[in-house]
Design a protein around this ligand. Structure first.
Ligand SMILES: [Fe+2]
Length: 173
């Protein structure tokens, strides 16, 4: 069983854990579920969380290969597009994000919102595989928290995000 290196970055505002998973041999890595900070009182965003993650990647001599979301988040913005602009690494999420986008488009009356998942570079299907260095990654569709949720299985680790919650932590909504 392959053993990735895993670092977790806790965001206290959303009780959310962001991850960097890396291949110990090649130093290739992926970021999973990065948070773009949002201040609802001023309506401004910030990249404090994303910058901490980028600093970790640089300090540990890692090479970023993927920016991954497990699902569209209702309690925070994804920092995926910010990180892509900074690094050029491709972004990805599960293919059923398009159905969630359609729901949100209707709720928010957002007529010109593109509901085709084009905000990400790749839309993963159940059973898709890819690699992070020498680590094999398998994508599992794991609906429940959202109908688009996917799990990334990387060696002996599975990144499930809000598919399960720790007791007394997190915000399922
Ligand atoms: Fe969530």
């Amino acid at each position: 069983m392959q053993k990735p290196e895993v670092a977790g970055f806790y965001d206290p505002r959303t009780c959310s854990i962001q991850y960097v998973v890396s291949c110990p041999k090649t130093r290739q890595c992926a970021i999973i579920d990065p948070v773009l900070d949002f201040d609802e009182k001023s309506g401004t965003t910030a990249s404090t969380n994303a910058t901490i993650i980028l600093d970790y990647i640089e300090e540990n001599d890692l090479k970023l290969g993927w920016i991954l979301d497990t699902h569209p988040h209702a309690d925070h913005f994804s920092a995926a597009s910010f990180l892509k602009a900074k690094t050029g690494a491709p972004t990805a999420i599960g293919q059923h994000v398009t159905a969630v986008q359609q729901i949100w488009k209707d709720i928010y009356n957002w007529h010109d919102f593109a509901c085709d998942g084009s905000q990400w570079d790749r839309l993963f299907c159940d059973g898709d595989t890819f690699s992070i260095g020498e680590l094999n990654v398998r994508v599992m569709h794991s609906p429940g928290h959202t109908l688009a949720s996917i799990t990334y299985v990387v060696g002996n680790a599975a990144f499930i995000h809000d598919t399960l919650f720790m007791p007394d932590s997190g915000r399922p909504r």
